[in-house]
Structure formats: structure tokens, C-alpha cells
Write a protein that binds this ligand. Structure first.
Ligand code: TRP
Length: 366
């Protein structure tokens, strides 16, 4: 039986928000609590974040602790999962350098996620090499731990595919079975793949200012929910309202359960009934927004409370990250050794090599 090893991570460029929560954090917690895994690693990808923030290391530094607090506050348990910082595991950099020989420039150019990120950042022709090659470093992150299960958002699928190719190429080039092919795990609820921002326009993202953060206060959440984009043509309560593209309903699809109805809106059994009423007309936006607010508050309150506890124990949080990084390093260095052995770059440990060279030069001078 092969082991089930989970690895995933986030770039520390800002606090985590509800998009992260439904896209991947919730799945991580489910796996953790199911106990159906052998090892689980969660990485704060500071080195990757630096590939397009080289001039702003302070931003990354400040956000490492934010992401760590978010991890702990959603319920990731450092006794059960290894939380670590990417840059503190230098073996990952070494693996990246070796894998670079197995990837062509044109393959990197085809990676759709990198392509769209380059556009988004207006790099034009001045793309930092580190940024452009980060899919290779991500393959190192994954393979260093022999991870086979990667809970990520949809945008990360091309990274996992590229990692799989690198694994196959490595194992066939060096005729070994050292590396393990990873598989992505996406949320099964479609709306969770791309949770829109509160403006309804695009994916929730820090740069667009349309996020609800896991660390937002009750008042902030209330304000944001009340300002959410709905159906612009639903002017009078009696008008029929549109469900499709209605951000409040998209969020309800992502977050609410039938129990939420019996608790906060007992005149409806479930979301289908609520949708049908909205569609018919006679249901106002304020009512659905208040319901969504209650649903989100039920989810966010325990997260906020746990965050408070850890905010008062920052030293302990750093200690968790430090211990986790040591543990991650120990594991990654085993893989690195196997990789180097497979590539025959273990010169000083290879007694046969040294002996054969002694033989080679033995009679030369005579
Ligand atoms: N690219 C991921 C993100 O932007 C972060 C990341 C880095 C990652 N290395 C990884 C995710 C390895 C999964 C596996 O969120």
C-alpha cells in the first residue's frame, strides 16, 4: 500500500480570505480530521512569493505570520500537520535546479496559469526568470515530500500537471522510481472553484479589493455582505429576481446547509426553496443578505476566536513554524539524497567510482 501524503501551500502576499477557505482550506481540514492520511505538510511559499516581489521582501515577511495565524485559526492542528516555511528548506532549491534540466523553455511558455499571471502583472518582456520558472520550483515542493495528494484551487491544475511531467521525465531519464506523481484534489462543489468577490465581478482577490477575510470583524463582514452585488434589475421586492450571477446566491451555494435554514430562516427548508421564491418575486435582497451574514458568522466566529488565542501567543506560532521547517527539512533531505544518487552525483560516497579512477590512472606514469 502506498502512503497518502498531502502537501499544499499558499504564497504569503496577504491574509487569507473566503476564496481560499472554500477553494482549499476547508478540504485540508476535512482530510486532517478524517485521519485518512499518513503525512500532511502545509507550506508558506515565501520563496515563490518573492519571485514577483523581489523588491518588497517586507511585504512577504509581514504576511508569513498572517498566513500562519489564518492556518491555525481555521483549525489546522500542528500536532497533526507539519506547517513550514518554504525558504527554510534549502533542499527545495537544490531540487529545483536539477529539475530545470528536464523542462524546456517552450513547455514553460505554455503553462496557462503562468501566462495569465504574466499578463496580470504587466511584465510584458521583462519577466523575472525566477517567476517564469516557479512551476519547476513548485514541482520540487511537491516531490520533495513524495506527496501524492495536493488540495488546491483550480488555477493550480497546470502546476500539478507540470509536476507530473517532471516526475515521469526524472524517473525515466534516470531509470528509477524515486519520484511520485501527484494528484490535485479540487473542491467537489463547482461554485467553490472560483468564488467571486463581493462585487460579483471576478475571483475574490486582494488586488481587486473585493475580499471577505477570515480575520474580518463581525462589523466588517456585515458591511461587506450588505454591500454585495445582487441582481441590478431587482428593484422592487415584488419583482422577480435573478439567481444566476447573483453573488449572494453563489455564496449561499458555497456555504449554507439545510441546518442553517432551520436555525436562521425556518420559513424555508433549503436553498432550492429560497431560490424559487426569489425567482418568483416577493423576496427582498436585505433578507437574503441577512441570512448569508448569519451563515458566514457561524463559520467565521470560531475562526476569529481561535485567531485571538494565537495572536496572544506569537512566539509559539513562530516556534511551530520553526519546528515544522526542521521536520520538513529532514524529509526533503532524504528525497534529495535519493535524487542525487539516481543522478549519480554522489561522488564522495561512491567508493566504486573512486576505486575505478584509481585503476584508471594507476599505470599511467610508468
Ligand atoms: N502556487 C501556490 C499558490 O499560489 C502556492 C504553492 C507553492 C503550492 N508550492 C506549492 C501549492 C505546492 C501546492 C503545492 O497558492
Amino acid at each position: 500500500m502506498s502512503k497518502k501524503i498531502i502537501l499544499t501551500g499558499d504564497r504569503p502576499t496577504g491574509k487569507l480570505h473566503l476564496g481560499h477557505f472554500v477553494g482549499s482550506l476547508r478540504e485540508r481540514i476535512n482530510i486532517q480530521n478524517s485521519n485518512d492520511y499518513d503525512e500532511m505538510y502545509i507550506m508558506i511559499a515565501d520563496a515563490q512569493a518573492l519571485t514577483d516581489n523581489a523588491d518588497n521582501p517586507n511585504k512577504i515577511r509581514e504576511n508569513i505570520i498572517e498566513v500562519a495565524l489564518d492556518y491555525l485559526s481555521v483549525g489546522l492542528n500542528p500536532e497533526k500537520v507539519t506547517l513550514f516555511i518554504q525558504s527554510q528548506v534549502p533542499e527545495l532549491t537544490e531540487l529545483t535546479f536539477f529539475y530545470m534540466n528536464l523542462v524546456t523553455v517552450s513547455r514553460l511558455e505554455r503553462n496557462p496559469t503562468v501566462k495569465s499571471e504574466i499578463k496580470l502583472r504587466n511584465f510584458n518582456t521583462s519577466i523575472p526568470v525566477g517567476f517564469w520558472t516557479y512551476p519547476i520550483s513548485q514541482a520540487a515542493d511537491i516531490t520533495a515530500f513524495k506527496a501524492n495528494v495536493i488540495p488546491v484551487g483550480e488555477d493550480q491544475l497546470p502546476m500539478i500537471e507540470q509536476a507530473r511531467e517532471i516526475v515521469r521525465s526524472f524517473n525515466s531519464t534516470y531509470k528509477c522510481k524515486v519520484l511520485v506523481e501527484p494528484k490535485a484534489v479540487l473542491p467537489d462543489n463547482e461554485v467553490c472553484l472560483r468564488l467571486p468577490g463581493i462585487d460579483g465581478k471576478a475571483k475574490m482577490s486582494k488586488s481587486l479589493g473585493n475580499c471577505i477575510y477570515l480575520s474580518d470583524s463581525t462589523e466588517e463582514v456585515r458591511k461587506k455582505v450588505m454591500s454585495m452585488y445582487t441582481d441590478p434589475n431587482h428593484i422592487k421586492i415584488d419583482d422577480p429576481g435573478q439567481i444566476e450571477g447573483n453573488t449572494v446566491f453563489i455564496y449561499l451555494d458555497a456555504f449554507c446547509t439545510d441546518e442553517h435554514f432551520s436555525k436562521y430562516l425556518p420559513e424555508y427548508k433549503n436553498l432550492d426553496e429560497l431560490k424559487a421564491h426569489y425567482d418568483r418575486g416577493g423576496l427582498g435582497d436585505v433578507k437574503i443578505k441577512k441570512f448569508l451574514f448569519n451563515v458566514l458568522e457561524e463559520i467565521l466566529t470560531p475562526i476569529r476566536e481561535r485567531r485571538k488565542i494565537y495572536e496572544n501567543k506569537i512566539e509559539e506560532v513562530y516556534n511551530i513554524l520553526e519546528q515544522g521547517s526542521l521536520k520538513a527539512r529532514a524529509k526533503a533531505s532524504i528525497t534529495l539524497k535519493e535524487v542525487k544518487d539516481a543522478m549519480k552525483i554522489n561522488y564522495f560516497d561512491d567508493k566504486e567510482l573512486i576505486k575505478s579512477h584509481i585503476e584508471k590512472y594507476k599505470n599511467k606514469g610508468e
